[in-house]
Design a protein around this ligand. Structure first.
Ligand code: DC
Length: 212
């Protein structure tokens, strides 16, 4: 089974992805980490995140064993990731890795921006997670604070709005819900309630398949 979860920054899709994967015994890939890892490679080497040639080289050499590094979660790396992810050749370079991850038995939950539209248009279940920018900024600020970053919530909100704009306006694989995605608005849901709502969606889709 492949479950595709898409949505904007800090919508809760990463947490949901992890929980759904554990619940169904599937592998989990937070695909934002791919673009964050590419961005961090460039920043560490002193290159601009808009340097196409360097970004493509970094994308071709991604190392998933480094995806757990806490430094990937910083705000600076997130902002640079939004820039490298708009480079079409970068997206092309990391496409096969995502498909092969998902197709490896027993299947996977992948979360990102284009999973249900580009990476797995035939995913068994597609969920598009949303929440208002204000709620997402509050969640992201809490996360960053817990990770030891000094944060200003107004700045986090401005960053989230900027990323929403860039991620949804870019020419290649923009952030948008697939026509057959199930919408899940987590604005008024805590983590447990969002998880239960996601399970309801997966179970409804599976029940529908069995009947059909
Ligand atoms: O979900 P995140 O904040 O870790 O993502 C970091 C950046 O990567 C985000 O600005 C958009 C980009 N991204 C993408 O373009 N496609 C994906 N499938 C996942 C993330």
């Amino acid at each position: 089974m492949i479950i595709a979860i898409d949505g904007p920054a800090a919508s809760g899709k990463g947490t949901l992805g992890k929980q759904l994967a554990a619940h169904y015994g599937l592998r989990h890939l937070d695909t934002g980490l791919i673009y964050r890892a590419v961005a961090k490679t460039l920043l560490d080497a002193g290159h601009s995140p808009e340097n196409r040639a360097r970004a493509v080289a970094a994308a071709e050499a991604i190392d998933p064993t480094r995806f757990h590094e806490p430094a990937l979660k910083s705000q600076a790396v997130g902002a640079a990731a939004s820039l490298v992810s708009a480079i079409p050749e970068v997206r092309k370079a990391v496409l096969a890795f995502q498909r092969s991850f998902g197709r490896t038995p027993p299947g996977a939950v992948l979360d990102g921006r284009d999973i249900g539209t580009v990476i797995f248009p035939d995913a068994d279940v597609k969920i598009f997670v949303t929440a208002t920018p204000e709620v997402r900024a509050r969640r992201r600020a809490r996360e960053l604070r817990e990770a030891g970053d000094r944060v200003n919530e107004a700045e986090v909100l401005a960053d989230i709005r900027g990323r929403d704009e860039r991620d949804s306006q870019r020419a290649v694989a923009p952030l948008k819900a697939a026509p057959d995605a199930h919408l899940l608005d987590t604005t008024h849901l805590d983590i447990d309630a969002a998880f239960r709502a996601a399970i309801d969606i997966v179970e409804a889709v599976r029940a529908g398949r069995k009947r059909g």
